[in-house]
Design a protein around this ligand. Structure first.
Ligand SMILES: *[C@@H]1O[C@H](CO)[C@@H](O)[C@H](O)[C@H]1NC(C)=O
Ligand SMILES: *[C@@H]1O[C@H](CO)[C@@H](O)[C@H](O)[C@H]1NC(C)=O
Ligand SMILES: *[C@@H]1O[C@H](CO)[C@@H](O)[C@H](O)[C@H]1NC(C)=O
Ligand SMILES: *[C@@H]1O[C@H](CO)[C@@H](O)[C@H](O)[C@H]1NC(C)=O
Ligand SMILES: *[C@@H]1O[C@H](CO)[C@@H](O)[C@H](O)[C@H]1NC(C)=O
Ligand SMILES: *[C@@H]1O[C@H](CO)[C@@H](O)[C@H](O)[C@H]1NC(C)=O
Ligand SMILES: *[C@@H]1O[C@H](CO)[C@@H](O)[C@H](O)[C@H]1NC(C)=O
Ligand SMILES: *[C@@H]1O[C@H](CO)[C@@H](O)[C@H](O)[C@H]1NC(C)=O
Length: 609
């Protein structure tokens, strides 16, 4: 088999050699070449470019491997027009006026590898046009006026690897349009007018590696849009001014190495849809109104090397934003609204090679010293960051300062908590307490609160750290007592202030065997507050309710004892002890039908008389 092919090729080349070496001038006359074309015998190329042709010329050399018909005025291709050119590998019909291609137009071109139909006026591709192109690898129909891809349009192109269909007016791709395309690795649908992802059609392209979308009229990418594209490595979505979100599972099933969503309207980094892309190396979210990169959210993208967020609305890159990204090499956040970029945002700054930070309103203080210190290892893309807010350093280029003068210019002021006088607050249980903590410093310090166990307090919950720096303890309880710590910190250091809280419990609550704690934990179940919009803890009501509850419990237990006493007497066998298991009916459960929350089984043993 192989030998046969080799011998055949040898014969071909031998013949070609004889032709070219011996009888060049004679062969030119023997071989036909249409008037407006130039035929190269050596390369077997026919160049009919710029020939003012309105139809495909007759008398084309039958052994031609390349036929170039670009820049002519051909309007239609009739069926079987090229059937004599069985050796043709490349056919270029770009830049004509093609509006109609008949079914079977390319029949007979069984060796054809590339077909260019770009820059024509095609509105529709009838099913069957591509019949016979069994070896075609590249099809370019870009820059036409195609509106739809019909079912089975490409069914004959089993060897096709790349479809270029950019800049058409595509509004719809039928479900079965890509049926039969078992080898397509690359699909460019840039510049279409699609309003949805043609998910159904795409499922046919099982070996697709690269997919480009451009001008998609979507507001959100729905769940499972790209399922079955398990081999897809590169996805580019761009110029979608309406696209605001990616559904949580929109990228489900993909294993990308490169993702670009540019010139869209995303206002947040799509952390959740991205997080399973552990092989992602390149991420481009440029020209989206994204304002934050949050801390600890990108860590799943273990192999990420490049993040481009050029021309966005970034105000802040939080500390630990790139935590876990041990291969991170390039960050391009030029043209944003960043005031700083702290070293602690990176997992390790040693891997960082390229940093685009220019055109941001940077505050030049000690937080940016690291950039200056590393400037000989960092490629700043030829545009170095400039200070825009410090009066002293305004519009100065970082690189204009020497290593020695910089630490004196890029400075920070350590935080100082104002009003340092000790705060000690004593309150009765149930009250709401606030502590203040105001701090100054440069940059303005962030204030956080630690509870007596030294764990940070969140902005929600009964005891919470408010955004203005205050601490609020609502419905104080005895166990809230202790020392709370306010910590004000910035890049230059920290300052702290301790405050003390003493919460006095209700005097009666220690005597009562039903601890009143339950009343506060489940206020909605309490009869005292039923019907009220806001829970109010009137101590009198509580005590009365508790007493009634206890009395009713006590009386039922007593009745029980009396009954048992008589029962044991009547049996004649006198038992001197009895063990009784009981479920205390707390006041809460007795009046609301029982929430079960404060019930617990107990038992006690008593001596009978
Ligand atoms: C084909 O012919 C045109 C017009 O004569 C010429 O400009 C062009 O360079 C030629 N192309 C090739 C590949 O020879
Ligand atoms: C055909 O000719 C044009 C103009 O010379 C050229 O740009 C184009 O690349 C050629 N096509 C092929 C397939 O060589
Ligand atoms: C496709 O979109 C372009 C640009 O928005 C517009 O000019 C053109 O008319 C649209 N075509 C169709 C068929 O909607
Ligand atoms: C997408 O899937 C997620 C997770 O299953 C689900 O919470 C969400 O509602 C879905 N979104 C849409 C638009 O269906
Ligand atoms: C994902 O892609 C990477 C390389 O791009 C490959 O090594 C890995 O096996 C793929 N994983 C799956 C589950 O296909
Ligand atoms: C950042 O991206 C912009 C736009 O693509 C480019 O012009 C610039 O050179 C990039 N900067 C760096 C440092 O790579
Ligand atoms: C902080 O906010 C809380 C609630 O909004 C308010 O009660 C408190 O007075 C504020 N503290 C300061 C220092 O402004
Ligand atoms: C405050 O600063 C000291 C050193 O200046 C450091 O040891 C400590 O961990 C810092 N505390 C906090 C909560 O950042």
């Amino acid at each position: 088999m192989f030998e046969g092919v080799a011998i055949h090729q040898w014969l071909c080349w031998g013949a070609l050699y004889l032709l070219t070496a011996g009888v060049t001038s004679a062969s030119e006359t023997r071989q036909p070449c249409p008037q407006s074309c130039r035929c190269s015998i050596v390369l077997l190329e026919v160049n009919c470019s710029d020939g003012q042709l309105s139809t495909v010329p007759d008398g084309l050399p039958q052994d031609a491997k390349l036929l170039n018909l670009t820049h002519n005025k051909i309007k239609t291709l009739v069926n079987q027009r090229f059937c004599a050119l069985t050796e043709l590998l490349h056919l270029d019909l770009s830049d004509n006026l093609l509006a109609l291609i008949e079914v079977d137009a390319f029949l007979g071109l069984q060796k054809l590898l590339t077909l260019h139909l770009a820059h024509n006026h095609l509105k529709i591709i009838p099913v069957g046009v591509f019949a016979g192109l069994i070896n075609l690898q590249l099809l370019d129909v870009s820059d036409n006026e195609i509106l739809v891809f019909l079912d089975f349009t490409f069914r004959d192109l089993a060897a096709l690897q790349s479809i270029k269909a950019a800049d058409n007016d595509l509004v719809f791709i039928s479900r079965q349009a890509f049926t039969g395309l078992t080898s397509v690795q690359e699909l460019h649908l840039d510049g279409s007018n699609l309003t949805s992802v043609p998910s159904e059609a795409l499922t046919q392209l099982s070996v697709l590696r690269s997919l480009h979308f451009h001008r998609l009229g979507l507001t959100s990418i729905p769940n499972y849009s790209f399922r079955h594209l398990v081999h897809l490595k590169e996805l580019v979505i761009s110029h979608c001014p309406k696209l605001e979100t990616l559904s949580a599972n929109s990228l489900f099933g993909l294993n990308l190495t490169s993702l670009a969503i540019r010139h869209c309207n995303l206002n947040a980094v799509p952390y959740i849809p991205l997080h399973h892309l552990v092989y992602l190396v390149y991420l481009d979210l440029s020209f989206n109104p994204i304002s934050y990169i949050h801390g600890n959210m990108l860590g799943d993208l273990l192999r990420l090397q490049e993040l481009h967020l050029f021309g966005g609305s970034l105000q802040r890159i939080e500390i630990r934003a790139f935590r876990g990204l041990t291969h991170f090499k390039l960050l391009n956040v030029s043209r944003n609204l960043l005031t700083t970029l702290e070293l602690d945002a990176f997992h390790s700054v040693d891997t960082l090679k390229t940093l685009g930070l220019d055109n941001n309103p940077l505050v030049c203080d000690c937080r940016l010293l690291w950039v200056v210190r590393r400037r000989q290892y960092l490629d700043l893309g030829g545009h170095s960051p400039t200070c825009t807010t410090s009066i002293q350093l305004q519009s100065w280029n970082f690189l204009d300062f020497s290593q020695t003068e910089l630490p004196g210019l890029l400075t920070c002021r350590q935080p100082r908590i104002l009003n340092q006088k000790p705060q000690v607050v004593k309150v009765d249980q149930g009250h709401t307490v606030g502590f203040y903590c105001n701090a100054e410093g440069d940059p303005l310090p962030s204030v956080s609160w630690l509870n007596p166990q030294l764990t940070p307090l969140s902005p929600t919950g009964r005891i919470r750290a408010l955004s203005n720096g205050s601490l609020e303890v609502r419905y104080a309880q005895p166990q809230d007592s202790g020392t709370y710590l306010c910590v004000a910190s910035n890049a230059a250091g920290n300052d702290s202030l301790a405050v003390s809280l003493y919460v006095r419990a209700f005097p009666s609550s220690t005597k009562n065997i039903f601890h009143l704690k339950g009343w506060f934990a489940f206020p909605s179940a309490s009869p005292g507050v039923k019907g009220n919009q806001k829970p109010q803890f009137d101590i009198k009501t509580l005590l009365i309710a508790a007493t009634i509850g206890f009395l009713s419990f006590f009386s039922s237990v007593s009745v029980c004892f009396v009954f048992m006493f008589f029962w044991s007497k009547s049996k004649g066998q006198i038992k001197h002890t009895a063990t009784i298991a009981y479920v205390p009916r707390s006041a809460v459960s007795s009046s609301t039908g029982g929430t079960g929350k404060s019930m617990e089984t107990s038992r006690f043993t008593m001596k009978l008389i």
